[in-house]
Design a protein around this ligand. Sequence first.
Ligand code: FAD
Ligand code: SF4
Length: 457
Amino acid sequence: MANMTLTKTPMPEQDPQVRAHNFKEVTLGYTAEMAIEEAGRCLNCRNPKCVEGCPVNVRIPEFITKVREGDFKAAYEVITSTNALPALSGRVCPQETQCESKCVRGIKGESVAIGRLERFVADWYRENVNAMPEKAVSNGIKVAVVGSGPAGLTCASDLAKKGYQVSVFEALHTAGGVLVYGIPEFRLPKANEVRKLEAQGVEVMTNMVIGRVLTIDELFEMGYKAVFVGSGAGLPMFMNIPGESLKGVLSANEYLTRTNLMKAYEESSDTPIIKSKAVAVVGGGNVAMDGARCAMRLGADHVYIVYRRGEAEMPARKEEQHHAKEEGIEFKTLCNPIEILGDENGRVCGMKCIRMELGEPDASGRRRPVEVPGSEFVLDVDTVIMALGTSPNPLIRSTTPGLETNKKGCLIVNEDEMTTREGVFAGGDAVTGAATVILAMGAGKKGAAAIDAYLQK
Ligand code: FAD
Ligand code: SF4
């Protein structure tokens, strides 16, 4: 008999007043009892809509049934047959617009907490089994993967399983992509995915900026038979308003990299961030929420989210908006910066904004924000973080003859995941522009299958 409670089993969290000043994980995860209770809410539908909503088609009712039976190892095996990184997707996937949005329990009440259950299973496995994957018998064929984000890691892992000799080339000094340099520890504790890859025989090389240290042509000369480009979309956008070059204006990418990867919150950090009194984060996506919540944890007295549309239009996950507000971040919606003001030392001392109202829908279907004449005001801030979106860095395209991109700088791939250069495949944010972890993982999987088909022809 199913558990017909209308709401999800709550997941414990750190108290907002406490967590706003530390970098430990905000949500604490289910206990085994909570997981079994929540799994009891699943109806094990004959035609499970939730699976259709999952970009990698995890067999959701099957793994939830195993959780209900208390067989967490079997649940892990079901999930990882299609999703190699469940500890990540359980934490950062926008389940509310994917699997959970399709769950029939959501028609009358809340959907089954699929993401929380996936996270529980992954954490249980890490704590209780944590077996390293086996190394497949080598087929001796060398493949290069550029970038170690979710797209590159998934592609490398799938190819290694098939026996390819895979080398990952990562520009930064630590592998993991946005998972290590962008998404903060308090949302995604750093895992050991790279150690698992190495156990599979994959060589991971850091400080290797492809296009500078080596070109893609040189990789082919070194004997690599195919290349997968999963270099992400790490080039930040700015507003082009006066004052953007003042000291104290940062891109969210730089701010988050300094904080997460370079541990700017530790006194011994090589790249400390000056303690701000008041911070404005411009933007309304997950990146903006992460920037604002880091600024609060780094000791700012006031943190504002400045967004030109309304709260309903914000692209950030609802859970992140809710957590940010609980931690004391003030939302200034329908408000757009027009100038950043500087003091005599060239440092930010305020941000001039104008109020907005929503007009007719634009090409994206969202109502276009329009300025309210005469409504300018100054926000008293000493730091401005721009979180307006990112695009792919042009370095690889500009150093690889024949590699074509679209107007947004994204690599063009055809139906078999190959770019316009023979033997060069691509996937993840480098192809789609800034998207999600699960889509990047899906692209890495497709890329590996396409490379295998190409090399076995
Ligand atoms: P990336 O993760 O960007 O990895 C690309 C890697 O390639 C990087 O390590 C980079 O250093 C490396 N690289 C780049 N150029 C070169 C080169 N020339 N040579 C060698 N290496 C190179 N998604 C969600 O689903 N949920 C969330 O909650 C979420 N929050 C986010 C928060 C932040 C702050 C950010 C920035 C993104 C967030 N995303 C979220 C988006 C998600 O992280 C990305 O869509 C995903 O990481 C893309 O994966 P990828 O492998 O394509 O690229
Ligand atoms: Fe279970 Fe909901 Fe999926 Fe049905 S739609 S199988 S209730 S998770």
